[in-house]
Design a protein around this ligand. Structure first.
Ligand code: AQP
Length: 350
């Protein structure tokens, strides 16, 4: 493949960052830094795709943008070695999204399950932005010609759409791409999703069949990254379980979504396999397992919460990190936009 390997991923500043975001995405962001050049984005333009009553208005958006940035850094992302920035500071995201709007097909977007879930029955009233969300996401990734995208399992379908858009752009403009000097006619890579680890889909603590989510009304359904030790312990103690003791083998978790979820969380936080966790806790009561899980959660998350608190207390410092990251992101994005415009045939100032 002619592309330099590069990682891109994003998190929406929509409040209530939770254990699912952490284990499904942020932990992998941190890991990828060791082997790749990484770009991590606070996707504030995605955050406004639902009604203002949902995302909370300007002050809330600003606060949440700083909080996600703080979470990235507190979790171990290095904004000097890699790039951390907020999406709206780089206009290329919107510009490339427009070109991709003209490449993507209505039918492709109509199949996106996240839109169907979020729009619900009242589709006529959903914003155009919510429908178009996956096209903007493709632009986010391909603006940096990123090759690898660490995400939770819920984003798999959107990643497939990004690949379809990249492929159709390469096909539609193949001749023009070759005329720009790319002999193989490939301008955009087909980005690969990295959906790894034992917690790619962390489920609600109240219902093991539903994804842990920022927007779920019950705060007891999730562990927020900002929760204190007592709140974490209380939420784990209250987590829904079934009356059976834990199984001794992994296949015993089949058809037991709540037990499977809690064992998966334990495994992910401790860096062990589910089988290994069951070797220690299998056949025991949930109460003792829950005590151990609460302790583990507090040990892993309390330092992150403490560091986030320290960081958000200094908004000037956070904004400086975002400004610096945006400048470096823009330098890469401008190059892609310049070439994309030439490929499409837009006249630009030279
Ligand atoms: N429950 C989850 N388990 C594993 N990974 C998850 N992610 C989200 N929820 C889980 C991953 O976190 C990253 C950032 O997500 P996002 O903020 O961009 O979007 P989201 O999926 O909308 O987050 P929520 O919590 O699910 O919000 P709502 O309530 O609006 O639906 C992504 O990589 C995502 O896969």
């Amino acid at each position: 493949m002619p592309f330099v390997e590069r990682v891109f991923s994003g998190v929406q500043p929509t409040g209530n960052l939770h254990l699912g975001n952490y284990l499904g995405a942020i932990v992998n962001f941190v890991k990828m830094q060791e082997t790749h050049s990484c770009i991590y984005c606070v996707v504030d333009m995605h955050a406004i795709t639902q009604g203002v009553d949902v995302w909370g208005g300007p002050a809330e958006l600003t606060r949440n943008t700083r909080e996600v940035t703080a979470a990235f850094i507190a979790a171990g992302i290095d904004p000097k070695k890699h790039i951390v920035f907020n999406q709206s500071q780089v206009s290329g995201h919107a510009e490339l999204a427009w070109i991709f709007n003209c490449v993507a097909r209505m039918g492709w977007l109509g199949r996106m399950t996240q839109f169907k879930e979020k729009a619900g029955k009242d589709r006529e009233n959903a914003s155009v932005g919510l429908f178009d969300y996956p096209v903007l996401m493709a632009a986010d990734i391909l603006l940096y010609r990123a090759t690898h995208v660490p995400v939770g399992e819920d984003q798999k379908q959107h990643l497939e759409l990004s690949r379809d858009i990249a492929q159709k752009f390469n096909n539609d403009f193949g001749e023009s791409i070759r005329a720009q000097g790319a002999n193989d006619g490939l301008f955009f890579p087909l980005p690969e999703p990295l959906i790894t680890g034992p917690a790619t889909r962390v489920m609600s603590l109240r219902d093991g069949t539903k994804k842990m989510s920022k927007s779920e009304a019950s705060d007891n359904s999730r562990i927020n990254l900002t929760d204190d030790a007592d709140t974490i312990a209380q939420k784990i103690r209250k987590a829904k379980t079934d009356p059976e003791p834990l199984p001794t083998e992994e296949k015993g978790l089949d058809a037991r979504p709540e037990a499977d979820n809690l064992v998966g969380i334990f495994a992910a936080l401790s860096g062990r396999s589910k089988a290994d966790v069951l070797r220690e806790f299998g056949a025991g009561q949930f109460s003792s397992f829950k005590n151990a899980l609460a302790e583990l959660c507090v040990t892993k998350l309390a330092p992150i919460a403490g560091e986030m608190k320290r960081l958000v207390a200094d908004p000037g410092h956070i904004d400086a990190i975002l400004n610096d990251g945006s400048d470096r992101a823009r330098a890469i994005a401008d190059e892609t936009m310049k070439l994309s415009k030439d490929i499409v045939g837009f006249i630009r100032r030279r």
